[in-house]
Design a binder for this molecule. Sequence first.
Ligand code: NDP
Length: 492
Amino acid sequence: MLYRGAGRQASLHIAISGGAEYDSQDPHEAPRERLHQLPGGDLLVAMDERLEEAYQDIIRRNAGEIEFHQAVREVLESLGPVLAKRPELAERKIIERICEPERQVIFRVVWQDDTGEVQVNRGFRVQFNSALGPYKGGLRFHPSVYLGIIKFLGFEQIFKNALTGLPIGGAKGGSDFDPKGRSDDEIMRFCQSFMLELYRHLGEYRDVPAGDIGVGTREIGWLFGQYKRITNQYESGVLTGKGLGWGGSLVRKEATGYGAVYFVNEMLKVRGDSFEGKTCVVSGSGNVAIYTIEKACQLGARVVACSDSDGYVYDEAGIDLDLLKQIKEVERRRISAYAERRGSTARFVPGGNVWEIPCDIAMPSATQNELNGRDAAKLVKNGCIAVGEGANMPTTPDGVRIFLDAGVSFGVGKAANAGGVATSALEMQQNASRDSWTFEYTEERLAQIMRDIHRTCYETAKEYGAPGNYVLGANIAGFIRVAEAMEAFGLI
Ligand code: NDP
């Protein structure tokens, strides 16, 4: 795993070009000359000369933001054939413009903990691209958050949102605030202080955040309450992921996990296969992981493992979803508690690497760079046929290459996990029309969107001479939609 554990204590383990490796306590402390080296450097795809030049410039101008470099590189590596076929898109520096956020806000968040001590955190909102609609993307509260992470997530979000076909631009935000071990009151006070600055940058037609790691319905409630209080208006469409009683949408909670499974199901259909009888491994045990497990089981799979940053649980009888939800959603405890309560079929492996478990389908659903080249090789050796990225950029570039070379159906995050933001856009539609749809109707809309995204990626990859390469298909299809809108607006 590239990035294990949580917080500043977590070790960032980077494989650099040439096979050498080093460990650093923190991305910010990595030696400057090495910062542009991405995990699995040897396996990076060579880029078209103009794109390489643009990429080198992006590295220079965004020094130290290694996750952002990685996300940009992955997209640019796909775009050579587009620029060859449609040179007009490269004409007015569209690449340079798309890689530069429209606006970046960084702010101080001051709050008092339960002992009365003053705490200072940093808040971020990167409004990356509004060519297709209001800025849209989640908020992440995690101690590892810094500008490079928010920018990588915001950049991914542009293309993901474009793939949904819905009218939403790309953004991301969050804070280095660590909710772990904090009381409900402390988290509420933090949310209120965070919104006291953020509110001025938001609006139903301007910027619409949602949740991400560390931000669920409870936090969205505190954020929405504070926004409502400051602005003195009930603007439901300003945040998504709301509770059902106050403007939320059915299926939003389930949407990212369900959507990822729908996407993998479409990839399996292309192979003449299905989830029925398959063994799955899911990483993480948060929102995305739980509803990935639920839908995979509904489609006939057996999910044998999931994890958190302390380790993984293996349950030979299949994960007991009711118990998992009770522990993670209700009691908010660590995953080890699952094994303690489950009995003899389950064991907890502290610090274990979940990708060592043999499976047919792997669904990384925790965080970025959690599945590296070694893990990918192991999964391939163990017979894995499909990977669906529920998380954002969970597979390192060398891992992606290994999967593609081995013929594994690889559902890249910006396509496979787009169901969450798509359903957020459906929540915005319901808010705008003062309506609420049924579970069945909303789920069918989500399923249709995921089928459409799959078809778009599949057909685009075929059109550009790389059949089955969903990474290329997603990057090209997303890019074209955004680039065409940007061109229409002139030089802004
Ligand atoms: P949650 O906070 O609900 O859950 C995150 C899970 O991942 C937890 O089990 C957590 O374990 C684990 N995790 C987080 N950080 C690390 C880390 N550094 N190392 C190891 N494990 C870690 O978040 P979500 O389920 O909402 O998000 C998971 C992923 O899915 C993220 O990449 C997010 O960006 C992506 N995503 C989420 C969407 C959504 O709708 N929520 C939409 C699209 C993508 P622990 O408790 O130990 O930290």
